[in-house]
Design a protein around this ligand. Structure first.
Ligand SMILES: Cc1cc2nc3c(=O)[nH]c(=O)nc-3n(C[C@H](O)[C@H](O)[C@H](O)COP(=O)(O)OP(=O)(O)OC[C@H]3O[C@@H](n4cnc5c(N)ncnc54)[C@H](O)[C@@H]3O)c2cc1C
Length: 387
């Protein structure tokens, strides 16, 4: 292995959602377009390894890669079912391969941006990366490789785990305008479990079984739950599976370090972009990466310090995780209370961390106040109360 490091202005370690998003935002600023940038990943990113969904009111920079978008969402519980208007939001679906290809096509237009396939074995605070094939160094390293999640006392550690299948049916069984965000009519098994159905046309849909809990399930359980849902709720028995995906997303309020040093900035899930209470990450990655690129374009440091201010949403997430983990209330009821009493757009705004304090109070008013207040008090006591 050569001793002398390959040097760059910026290294983007990990060419996934965050790394490639950051590259796009950097290259959208004229004064950063000549920077020498290395994208480093152990994988070539040539497979469709995940589907990202998110919601927003405006156009996404990745609008051309969208597979579908919707203005309405179904919500179902045992006691309430509705097709909810989410205007001004649109719920959007992006397949990762289209996103990777879009980003690599952009990269090809900039000879100063390079991709190397290598496995990182060490990342040092001085901006040095030791890979299996070579050593790399930059003025700034933007790292999305998640080495480990800190295990701390009094923090909540749940996971969102899911298996999704893309199916194609011979007859037109889906209403393409009517996706299902959450269907809690499935057996809860003392946990929080729901189905998610995203039809892309009358014959094709993603059907996904999701759980929020401490551990993942045996693979056969996801399969049998999906089969039962297709049969019993959607009345579909004749279908082909065209693609499958399985995922585990951390749902934890353990703090992720936003930077290892002045030179090494963490991004994506590794930089705390995953929302602890929902697992949604893609929108938060966009905000995080757009802000970093803008700061650099202004000649400032990548992180301005505003991220050190107390985040009320992080507190709400901890409270929700506590309610979920302590099982003082059946988790489906929390979502039922919100979706049956409030406009869906307000709930999406809250989950996107865009609400005012007044709007937060409307959300709090919809859920069981005794249970949540008790969790707020325990969470507020924080350090002295074990979870
Ligand atoms: C199946 C799945 C579906 C998801 N769906 C959604 C969704 O619908 N909406 C949403 O908001 N969030 C979703 N998420 C959560 C989140 O958006 C994704 O995990 C997202 O990919 C996180 O982006 P990231 O850049 O932090 O990590 P990644 O996209 O995982 O990128 C990290 C990169 O680092 C590379 N890497 C790892 N280790 C090394 C190493 N040692 N050396 C070199 N390279 C390395 C990997 O190959 C990868 O390319 C989903 C997650 C999964 C797993």
């Amino acid at each position: 292995m050569p001793d002398k490091p390959f040097t760059y202005d910026y290294i983007i370690a990990g060419a996934g959602a965050a790394g490639l998003s950051l590259m796009c935002y950097l290259l959208s600023h004229e004064n950063l377009q000549t920077k020498r940038i290395l994208l480093l990943d152990r994988d070539l990113k040539q497979t469709n390894d995940r589907t990202w969904c998110f919601w927003e009111t405006s156009e996404s920079p990745f609008e051309s890669c969208l597979k579908s978008k919707w203005a309405k969402l179904h919500f179902h519980s045992q006691e309430f079912s509705a097709l909810l208007d989410i205007s001004p939001y649109r719920y959007k679906m992006l397949d990762s391969l289209s996103f990777y290809q879009h980003c690599f096509n952009l990269m090809a237009r900039f000879p100063n941006v390079e991709f190397r396939q290598d496995e990182m074995v060490a990342l040092e605070p001085n901006g040095i990366i030791r890979g299996k094939k070579a050593v790399y160094q930059a003025e700034y390293v933007f790292n999305s490789v998640l080495f480990q999640i800190p295990k701390l006392p009094q923090k909540h550690y749940l996971v969102q785990h899911f298996k999704g299948i893309f199916i194609r049916t011979p007859s037109p069984v889906f209403k393409p305008e009517e996706p299902t965000l959450m269907d809690f009519r499935v057996a809860q098994h003392g946990d929080c479990r729901f189905m998610y159905v995203l039809p892309v046309n009358a014959h094709e849909a993603l059907v996904e079984y999701t759980g929020f809990s401490e551990a993942v399930l045996p693979q056969e359980e996801y399969d049998s739950e999906i089969q039962a849902y297709l049969r019993d709720f959607l009345h579909i028995t004749d279908y082909d599976i065209t693609h499958e995906e399985f995922g585990i997303i951390p749902m934890t309020d353990a703090p992720f370090s936003k930077q290892m040093s002045e030179q090494v900035i963490n991004i994506g899930t590794a930089g705390g972009a995953t929302k602890a209470s929902t697992g949604y990450t893609f929108s938060f990655i966009q905000r995080q990466c757009a802000a970093i690129a803008q700061n650099l374009a202004r000649g400032e440091k990548p992180l301005t310090g505003s991220e050190k201010t107390i985040n009320k949403f992080a507190f709400y997430d901890s409270v929700f995780l506590r309610v979920l983990q302590e099982k003082k209330q059946e988790p489906w009821r929390v979502f039922h209370d919100m979706f049956s009493k409030l406009p869906a757009s307000l709930i999406l705004k809250f989950l996107n961390e865009e609400t005012s304090l007044l709007e937060d109070l409307r959300i709090m008013n919809a859920v069981d106040r005794t249970i949540f207040l008790s969790a707020v008090i325990k969470q507020g006591l924080g350090s002295s109360t074990a979870s």
